[in-house]
Design a protein around this ligand. Structure first.
Ligand SMILES: Nc1ncnc2c1ncn2[C@@H]1O[C@H](COP(=O)(O)OP(=O)(O)O)[C@@H](O)[C@H]1O
Ligand SMILES: [Mg+2]
Length: 361
């Protein structure tokens, strides 16, 4: 059974349609991320699942039960938002216990549950402190403990790491994943941060303008984007106009502007449904910049020139030109990157490319 099911959900705010006919299924026990740019409708979707907003159309079911008319406190959900909103005048233990207050839980059970929630977030010692005595990261863990102490059917997290600084954010995402794994709670996580989404999710739902662009594992979505929007939103891609001139079981033959014919394996072009106008997608890290014209293997090789370099320590981002076409490449580097103005070869393997139909909607 799916933990949460959205069926043709629409949400209008006056003249603005924030969510357009969204359907999705969230499998029991999974970690699903709604990923998309600011304003695409992630929070609105999450708030409808939570019961904080009513959908204008469509049905929401949780564990097989339609919940459109079930108020938030009867949905058995755990919620964590970006601003953790702990009660400042309550101790940590009182904050965590808050969700249990209106449930039929004995004092002794309550203490036990609070203790085990604090253990789970690895802050067993802070129960008698006040939120202001904790760091931002610790406060966010307490907010998480408060959400999970009720043993929710679904955990809803809206950009819970955004307020933390970069290093702490990366630690917390490992931590959050560990906790989710340990208790196995179905989790819907909202973020606009692609690396967070790729690192944490069993399944990604990429959204733009209130619509679902693509659903899949992080690897699927990254390697075989279903639309130009997805290809541009995740990672850095070279996207070139192309024509599909032949499509069979094993291969898609593409005539790519500025490159020529490239034969891409069919499993890298699952969204291509016939011959005709297409887009060719080459990830920046799959385009290898080498000196001179070293012998080529199965790779396609283009002559190019380095127009600009963004040195990043272990890697470099190159802005390149080959004929009339501009490329970006992100390569690990040994010591020094190639310099501006240098003539280089650009290499890629056809099996590292993807292709999309010209119009995906
Ligand atoms: N209460 C509201 N009234 C009017 N418009 C809203 C309201 N809440 C959200 N919106 C609009 O709905 C769209 C989606 O917003 P939101 O779900 O917050 O996006 P996200 O969380 O992806 O950044 C935006 O265009 C936003 O301006
Ligand atoms: Mg939001």
């Amino acid at each position: 059974m799916s933990a949460v099911n959205l069926s043709n959900i629409v949400k209008r705010f006056g003249a603005v349609t924030a969510v357009h006919r969204m359907s999705m299924e969230i499998p029991d026990g999974s970690f699903v991320t709604l990923l998309g740019p600011s304003g695409c409708g992630k929070t609105t979707t999450l708030r409808m699942i939570a019961g904080l907003l009513d959908p204008s159309e469509g049905d929401i079911t949780i564990r097989g039960k339609r919940v459109n008319d079930v108020p938030i406190h009867k949905r058995n959900l755990g919620l964590v938002f970006q601003n953790y909103a702990l009660f400042p005048h309550k101790t940590v233990a009182e904050n965590v216990a808050f969700g249990l207050k209106y449930r039929d839980v004995s004092r002794a059970d309550m203490d036990k549950k609070v203790k085990s929630a604090l253990d789970l977030v690895q802050l067993p010692q802070v129960g008698s402190r006040y939120p202001r005595e904790l760091s931002g990261g610790q406060q966010q863990r307490i907010a998480l403990a408060r959400a999970i102490v009720i043993e929710p059917d679904v955990l809803l997290l809206d950009e819970p790491l955004s307020a933390l600084d970069a290093n702490l954010r990366e630690d917390m995402r490992v931590e959050l994943k560990r906790i989710q794994h340990q208790i196995g709670v179905t989790t819907v996580f909202v973020t606009h941060d692609q690396s967070e989404a790729l690192a944490m999710s069993d399944r990604l739902v990429v959204m733009s303008n209130g619509r679902v662009e693509q659903v899949g594992t992080p690897e699927d979505v990254y390697n075989t984007p279903a639309s130009e929007f997805v290809a541009r939103f995740l990672g850095t891609s070279n996207i070139l106009d192309a024509r599909c001139t032949g499509l069979d079981q094993t291969t898609a033959r593409l005539a790519v502007a500025g490159i020529g014919d490239v034969e891409v394996p069919r499993e890298k072009t699952p969204h291509l449904d016939g011959e005709g106008a297409a887009k060719f997608v080459l990830r920046a890290e799959k385009l290898i910049v080498v000196a001179g014209d070293a012998p080529t293997d199965e790779r396609v090789s283009l002559e190019g020139v380095v127009e600009a370099v963004d040195y990043q320590g272990q890697a470099a981002r190159y802005f390149l030109r080959s004929g009339d076409v501009r490329f970006q490449a992100i390569n690990m580097i040994d010591e020094r990157p190639f310099g501006e103005g240098q003539t280089v070869s650009l290499r890629f393997r056809p099996r590292d490319c993807a292709a999309l139909p010209e119009k995906t909607r």
